[in-house]
Design a protein around this ligand. Structure first.
Ligand code: KG4
Ligand code: ZN
Length: 339
């Protein structure tokens, strides 16, 4: 049986649309368009919710049009619309959700509301030739979340641990801001760290020997203290070393907690998802360290780690397979757990 699903994503600062064709369970991503608002928010050093909502209003229809055109698909051929309903910025979510609801009404097709976190988790199924086998451990690392889950099936997801304060992406972004790097800082630190020595500076690894929760707020403070001690903004090799050491503190904690979860739950399969999973050091180190303990790591390609609508479309497919459709009363939620 074949299905054409339009995915729509507008939970933060990316307006995205994608067309996914599914034939006998095989995915063919026909288009994936992401319109980033980075330039609009960069001067404020972070996402400004009202600016994000207004930009989604301007971008949503053109981005959907482009996704349909690139996929060479007519609106009448779309079988279902999968749209992010939360968590995220409420004004931003409402724009994509309202567009998704209106189009499903006008086009007379199915509608399915998607949890953004669930979308991140399902991104790995888009391309993986050997998809993860249940049960697996999932590490979800984004700008707003850092959580470990045990996934026994798509409807049985158990939270094992989460950050008690900042998310890993926030730690990257705030550290970068202190270093005077442009927003969003994760990719900047990633690039600069490649030329640096990860042992040059010493940063703390919080809560390392206790449970599966994370804490990154102390790292931020130690970044500020290290900069005060230097008494100047690092540049060139010193900046590369600073970035490499700071990044290593984040990746190291993420791995050690993940390794503990794998051991505790006796799982040999790991999915890493969310924007921070695009980090080069994390990708390389996780593959290497996992191999040593005979664990298979599944990572979406970098374009599907950060926010996109292809992951929303694929999550929509799995939800429709479970018979879970939404109706026009579907509403946005700024906070919602993964299941
Ligand atoms: O998943 P995502 O696009 O949006 C949220 O759902 O939050 O994640 C965004 C986060 C930001 O904090 C960004 O700095 C971080 O992911 N990020 C990275 C990299 N690319 C994006 N962090 C480290 N290294 C990267 N290459
Ligand atoms: Zn996200």
């Amino acid at each position: 049986m074949s299905k054409l699903i339009l995915g729509i994503e507008s939970s933060c600062d990316e307006t995205a649309a994608a067309v996914l064709s599914v034939e006998n369970g095989q995915f063919d991503l026909r288009s994936s368009i992401v319109s980033s608002q980075i330039k609009l928010h960069a001067r404020y050093g972070g996402v400004v919710p009202e600016i994000a909502s207004r930009a989604h209003l301007n971008n949503c229809i053109p981005v959907i049009d482009e996704a349909l055109r690139k996929a060479d698909v007519k609106s009448s051929e779309i079988d279902a619309i999968a749209v992010t309903m939360g968590p995220g910025l409420i004004g931003a979510l409402l724009v994509g959700l309202q567009v998704g609801k209106s189009l499903s009404y006008v086009w007379n097709c199915d509608l399915v509301g998607i949890n953004h976190l669930d979308g991140h988790l399902k991104a790995v199924f888009l391309e993986d030739d050997e998809p993860p086998q249940f049960p697996f451990i999932a590490l979800l690392v984004s700008g707003g979340h850092t959580s470990l889950y045990r996934v026994d099936s798509f409807s049985e997801i158990k939270l094992l641990g989460a950050t008690r304060d900042d998310a890993a992406g926030e730690a990257f972004d705030k550290g970068a801001k202190m270093l005077g790097l442009p927003y969003p800082g994760g990719i900047q630190i990633d690039n600069l760290a490649q030329k640096g020595d990860k042992k040059a500076f010493s940063f703390p690894r919080a809560m390392l020997h206790k449970g599966l929760d994370f804490s990154f707020s102390g790292l931020k403070t130690s970044c500020r203290n290290a900069l005060q001690k230097l008494n100047h903004q690092p540049k060139d090799q010193e900046l590369f070393d600073f970035c490499a050491s700071y990044q290593e503190a984040i990746v190291d904690v993420l791995w050690k907690k993940t390794a503990r979860a794998l051991k505790q739950e006796k799982c040999q399969q790991l999915v890493v998802a969310g924007g921070v999973a695009a980090n080069s050091r994390l990708r390389g180190a996780f593959q290497k360290w996992a191999e040593k303990i005979n664990v298979k790591v599944h990572l979406p390609s970098r374009q599907f780690c950060t926010d996109n609508a292809a992951m929303i479309a694929v999550a929509g497919y799995f939800q429709l397979e479970l018979g879970q459709k939404s109706n026009l009363e579907l509403n946005a939620k700024s906070r919602m757990p993964i299941v």
